[in-house]
Ligand binder design. Structure first.
Ligand code: CO8
Length: 257
C-alpha cells in the first residue's frame, strides 16, 4: 500500500505513526481511514511490535471527521462512515499492542475520539481538546458518548458534549482526559520514554492487563473479576512469567523475547 495521509517509522518494538494531511488539519478523510486500516493490518502482523505512538503533522493531532464529506451525507452514509471510522478505534482498543496518543495540537471531535481509544494520552502544552459536534447539528458518534464518560465521568463528559467547548491541555489533565502534559518540543521524546518504560515489562503481562482492563470495563463487576482471574491464570502459561520470576531470585533483569 502506498501511504499518503500517514507516514510511519519502526524502531525495534516501537512504531511512530504521523497523521500527514496538515492542510486539512489531519481530518478523518476516507483515504485516511483506508490507510489506517491497512497500517493496522501491518501492525497486527508484526509480532515484534509492541508500542505504537500516534501523532499529527502540523498544528493538529486530528481536527475531527471530514466535514466536507459529512456535509451531504444521508443517514445511511453517516452510519457507514461512523462504522468505518470506529472500526479503527475498536481495532486499536482490542489489539494486544499498546497505543500512545502523543497529542501535538487540535484533538477535536473524531480526533479526540481516536485519542480516547488509545491506551495512554500525553499532550503538548499546545494541544486543544473538544467535542464540537453539537454545534454542527450532530453529536460525537465515534465512541465519544461512550468512551468519554467511562474515562472522565458522566458529569464532565456531558459538559464537554453539550457545550462543545474547547479546553486546554492543562484542563484536559485536570479532568483526567490525558495522562501528562509536556513541553511541545519534548512531546515525542517523552512518548518514546514512556514506550521504553512499558517495554521493560513483560510483553504478555502488559497485553493481558490491557485485555482485562478494557474488556472488564464493559462488564458487571462479578463477570469482570472472573475475567481478570482467568487472564491472570493465563500469565502462568507464559515464558515471561517463568523467566521473570526466576530472574527475581537470581537478582538479574529479564527481558521478554
Ligand atoms: N474537516 C474538514 N476540513 C477541516 C476540518 C475538518 N474537521 N478542520 C479543519 N479543516 C480544514 C479547513 O476547512 C481549512 O481548509 P482550507 O484551508 O481549505 O480553508 C484547513 O483545514 C485549515 O483550517 P482552518 O483555516 O479552519 O484553521 P484555523 O487554525 O483557523 O482553525 C480549527 C482551526 C479551530 C481547528 C478549525 O479548523 C475548526 O474548527 N475545525 C473543525 C473542527 C470540528 O468541528 N471538528 C469536529 C468535526 S465533526 C466530528 O468529528 C464528528 C465525529 C463523529 C463522526 C463519527 C466518526 C468519527
Amino acid at each position: 500500500m502506498d501511504y499518503s495521509k500517514i507516514y510511519f517509522k519502526k524502531d525495534n518494538s516501537v512504531m511512530k505513526v504521523v497523521f500527514n494531511n496538515p492542510e486539512k488539519l489531519n481530518a478523518l478523510t476516507a483515504e485516511f481511514i483506508k490507510e489506517m486500516n491497512c497500517l493496522l493490518d501491518e501492525i497486527e502482523a508484526d509480532e515484534n511490535l509492541q508500542v505504537i505512538i500516534l501523532t499529527g503533522e502540523g498544528k493538529a493531532f486530528i481536527a475531527g471527521a471530514d466535514i466536507s464529506a459529512m456535509k451531504t451525507m444521508t443517514p445511511a452514509e453517516a452510519i457507514k462512515y461512523a462504522s468505518d471510522t470506529t472500526e479503527i478505534y475498536r481495532r486499536m482498543e482490542e489489539s494486544k499492542k499498546i497505543f500512545i496518543a502523543a497529542i501535538n495540537g487540535y484533538a477535536l471531535g473524531g480526533g479526540c475520539e481516536l485519542a480516547l481509544a488509545c491506551d495512554l494520552r500525553i499532550a503538548s502544552m499546545k494541544a486543544k481538546f473538544g467535542l464540537p459536534e453539537t454545534g454542527l447539528g450532530i453529536f460525537p458518534g465515534g465512541g465519544g458518548t461512550q468512551r468519554l464518560p467511562r474515562l472522565i465521568g458522566m458529569a464532565r463528559a456531558k459538559e464537554l458534549v453539550y457545550t462543545g467547548k474547547t479546553i486546554s491541555a492543562s484542563k484536559a489533565y485536570e479532568i483526567g482526559l490525558v495522562n501528562e502534559v509536556i513541553e511541545h518540543d519534548e512531546l515525542m521524546h517523552e512518548a518514546e520514554n514512556l514506550a521504553f518504560v512499558i517495554l521493560k515489562n513483560s510483553k504478555s503481562g502488559v497485553s493481558l492487563a490491557k485485555e482485562s482492563l478494557n474488556k472488564g470495563m464493559q462488564m458487571d463487576i462479578v463477570s469482570a473479576i472472573n475475567l481478570e482471574k482467568n487472564l491472570f491464570g493465563l500469565c502462568f502459561a507464559t515464558e515471561d512469567q517463568k523467566v521473570r520470576m526466576s530472574a527475581f531470585f537470581e537478582k538479574k533483569n529479564a527481558k521478554s523475547k
